[in-house]
Write a protein that binds this ligand. Sequence first.
Ligand SMILES: O=C(O)CCC(=O)C(=O)O
Ligand SMILES: [Fe+2]
Length: 321
Amino acid sequence: MSQIIEPIAADPVRVVVPRTLAASLAAACTTQMECHRWSAQNVAAARTVLTGGGAQMLLSALAGRLDRSDPSSAGWALLALPATLGNEELQVVAAGVLAALGRPFNSIRQGDGRMWIGQETTSVKEAASFGGTGAQALHIDAPNVEYVPEYTSLLVLRGDPAGGGASLLGDLQAAMARLDEGDRQALREPVFFEGKAENLRGVGAPRMPFPVLEDDQDGQPAWVRWAGKMLRDPRNTGRTAVLERFAAALAQTTVAVTLGRGQLLVVDQRRIAHGRTALGPHQGLADGKRRWITQAKATFDPAAPAHQVLAGAAAGRRNDA
Ligand SMILES: O=C(O)CCC(=O)C(=O)O
Ligand SMILES: [Fe+2]
């Protein structure tokens, strides 16, 4: 890990969502869904709040950190929502923030119909899984489908009381640039496997095997369909050397952030892989006391307010030239 970003209040990477703005989003929006997507009415209501004044700082910070046309921008953003809000309010406000980028949705089919998925951590689950207690190798979510979710996000309802579970962020594009062209060519072959691509929705058909590196035609960053788990997948036997080299390059770019209650990590999946360190000792932690993190996805919508901020800035630069 090249850098540890400490969670201090003055941390410049932390974008504060002001209490009044959070209250306005919570008042205007609900948990209402349309199938697997946040309802169109909620998206419209959130965008009315976000463009109505009082959100300019948030929009420009979000836009600046997630600007795909600027490779030096971070590709991820960490937002601090008011931690005193209730869990449902936090989820509504966080969905409102995601609506600044696209349409929030949930790509995993589950029974209760809610958008934010995720239960309290349990040692009953496989350690490396969502809601498990172990480390999770860097990955993008749903690398093995036709339409990889453009953004993924993690909303923390309870940080790890045992002091572990830091979030890891690795720069896929920078890591790819560190490889030689021969390796990149090998990663363009549609021969790689990861997971099962089951119980998903809003992401098109399963795509397996797939190319790790998928150059893009429309000027967006290339997809890097990556999951550290691929290294140990027997279906990738014979191709692990190039995967190892990519994993090593990615490790060189990786930073860690520790998230607490109310914090929302938004990640551009075209640019950044995420993972986590192992949680602290969870044995003996009672129900209601263990780490609790929830996740939702978002599409990329050029009409969304944060992208409009960037389009406006680009038009301004053209007029000045
Ligand atoms: O638990 C975490 O911090 C991350 C979980 C995650 O990224 C996943 O399960 O896909
Ligand atoms: Fe993930």
